[in-house]
Every structure is written in structure tokens, then in C-alpha cells.
Design a protein around this ligand. Sequence first.
Ligand SMILES: NCCCC[C@H](N)C(=O)NCC(=O)O
Length: 475
Amino acid sequence: MTNTNKIQQTLRDSKAARWGALVLLASAMFFGYIFMDILSPLQELLQIQREWDPAAYGRYAGSETFLNVFVFFLIFAGIILDKMGVRFTAILSGSVMFLGAAVNYYAVSDAFVGSSAETFMNNFMNLPLSWWNITPFFDGMPASAKMSAIGFMFFGCGVEMAGITVSRGIVKWFKGKEMALAMGVEMAIARIGVAVVVLGSPVLASIDPVSVSRPVAVAVLLLLIGLISFICYAFMDKKLEKQLGENDEEKDDPFKVSDLGKIFSSKVFWLVALLCVLYYSAIFPFQKYAINMLQCNLSFSAEQAGWIFFVFPLGAAAITPFLGNFLDKKGKGATMLILGAVLMIVCHLSFALLLPATQSVLVAYLGIVLLGISFSLVPAALWPSVPKLVDSRLLGSAYAVIFWIQNIGLYAFPMIIGSVIQSSNPGVTNPLEYNYTVPMLVFASLGVFALILGFMLKAEDKKKGYGLELPNIKE
Ligand SMILES: NCCCC[C@H](N)C(=O)NCC(=O)O
């Protein structure tokens, strides 16, 4: 090896080291995704043990994005990431996730019942449950749900901050190498977290004596392991930065807050951000209604519907890394986004029109499989494309602004769909008798707008040469 070669070798040139860094980053995200949905399968138990009605549960679930959207926490998180770096922000986000989750655990634990905190929360934010009340609190909401919402709000800040930090970290270690594969593997691991929780959380809760707080306690402990993973990652990151030393271009031209204007004035950035919010608003909010939609169309129990839905995160987990690998080697990022939007439209249209007409389990499975493929194509192509469009100094902020715009959709659409279900089912009171045609058409129309943006993005890429259709790894 020549002298020059020796100088250029860094930790990220070692396959074992960069994939080791990925394992640490992805583990923390995996635990974050587990906590995110830990209470989703326990709504009935929450109602029995803690008196949370659907309105209380809905407000609790919505609290996750509240600070990110309305207090612009995600924008600050992006600035912190670009100013302070991956190491600091990873540890900060891991700590915020853990502390928020610990508060959430305390709120659903037996220790909270009869405590002075419960008395305090009973008198806290007793706002009327009307259209202008967009807060996660309302008069009559159980104290434990209010306290849980506070914890979950902070957890939501931590997990989204961790999301942008992990993406930025992967770019740092994998740029010019298997970047999309690494992002695909990270997302696949996160999707497995969702699948694990759908089945694992009720099992943990049902151990004698039945307890809604037990799965939450386990998830909080996992978040502590996630924080430790981030701390271990920080040591690797420090070593890498030391090696990069003077070769690091970002040191010569550090991030300035005024640079954010460059992001907001970029047309291609807006195309990606809008595509992201439209696409994900038809995925995560759909996830909240999917089980009930399948139950209504197939006259299934929640458990039977859950087994059909289970295919979705698992399928996405299985395919995403392969598509990431394809993107690294062959490119075609913009085409993948277009194809992903088309598959989502086909799936949602079949749930809107074909499933109610046929009531066929096969149609349900085919729709879910198509959605799983779509949910592999779009994330596998979207997130690794951002570094091709934005200056690397601004990457943390760019991911943060995209997540912020996405969070607005994730906050609004569960409520919009809830209202659409009500208005398109006048007089229906039995939640197993809803007709989901109109809500599913709303989801499909989001896919149509995402598709149009996909075509515009491809055209813009052709005009300006961002390289979205090119492979990440140059032969
Ligand atoms: N329940 C909220 C999920 C937030 C997801 C996060 N902002 C994101 O987009 N992550 C990438 C992914 O594809 O999951």
C-alpha cells in the first residue's frame, strides 16, 4: 500500500466497521419503532384497566407528532443535527426517547393510580372536545391518558430526531458505497419492530396478572439498550471523525441557519417533501384503520384481520433491502417512486371497490401484498435520494424539514379519515359495520397526487441531472 493510500483509509472503508455502525444505529431505531406502537394492540385493555375510550386513545396517539408539528421541534432537531453533528444528536435523541417513554410507562403503571400526579393531571388542560381543540388533551380524558400523552409527545420528538440522525449517520458512513442497501436494512429492521409489537405486546400483557403496563415496561428497557447503542456508536463516530480530520469538507464550510433558505427555495426539494407527505399520509394513517377496515369487509375478528395485516410490515421488511441493493447498483430511484405510487393506488382502489363487492380474503391478501411492495419501493428510493438533491452540510436540516412536512400529514389524516368515516356512514353506530369505500378513495387520491409528483420529479431530474436514476456505487 502506498503512503497516499494509507492516509485515505478510514474506519468507513472497513466493511465490518461501517456495518457495525449500522447495527448500532438500526438497533436504536428498532427499539424506537417498538415503543411507537406498543399500546396500539392494547386498546381494549386500556379501556378496561385505565378507562381510555376511543377519543382518549386517539388523542394519546396523535400526541406523538404534536410538538414536532406545532412547536416546530423537528426543525430545531435538524438545526441541532447540522450544528452539533450525528454523535451528539444521537445521544440526545436516545435520551429524549427514553425519558418520554419512562413518563409514559409511569402514567399507565399501578404507581400512578391514586398518586398526587394523578390528582394534578385530573385538573390539567380540561379543554372542550371541539374542532378548535387540536391539543392532545380534553375535558374528561383520564388522567393516565393525559400523562401518557405528555410522555409520548416527548418520545415523538426523540424518535423523529433519531430518525433524521440515523439517516444522516448512514450517509456519513456509506456515501459512495452501499448507502441505499444500508438504509433499506435499517428500515427493514424498523418494520420488523412493528411486526413484533403487533403480536408480542398482547402476549406480554396477558401473562397473569393481566397488565397493560408490562409491555410498556419492557419497551422502556429496550429503549435504554437503544440509548446504550447510540453511546457505543458515538465512540465509533468520534474515531471516524478524527480520521477524516482535514479531509472533511464540512469543516471548511460549516452549517449556518441562514442556509435553510437554500432548502426552502429548491424546487426539487419541495417535490420530494410533498411526495413524501402524500405517500406516507396514505400509509401510516391507513395502518391505524386497516384492521377495522378488514373486519368490516370480511366480518373477521380483530385477531384474524391482524394476521392479514401482519403480512404488510413483514413483507416490506423482506423486500426493502433488496430494492436498496438494486438502487445502489442499478439506480432508477425516480422510477421506483412512480411504481410505488401506482401500486399503492391499485391497493387502495381494490380496498375501496373490489373488497366490499367480493368480500374475498384473497383480494385482501393481494391488496396487502401490493401495499407491502409499494412500501418497500418508495422508502427504499426516497430516503437515499435526498443526499443527491441537497448539499451535505444541510442534509440533517433537509431530512428534518421533510419529516416535519410529513408529520403534518400524519397528524391531520387520522382525524380527516375519522371524519370521513363518520360522514360517509350516517347513523351507523356499530364500528364493525362501517363502509370504508369513501375513506379508501381518499387514500387512493393521495396516491394519485404522489404519482403526479413522482412524474414531475423524474422530469426535473432529467432536466437538471441530479442523478436520481443513476446507481449510488460507481463501478
Ligand atoms: N408513526 C410515525 C412514523 C414516523 C416515521 C418517520 N418520520 C419516517 O418517515 N421514517 C421512515 C420510514 O419509512 O419509516
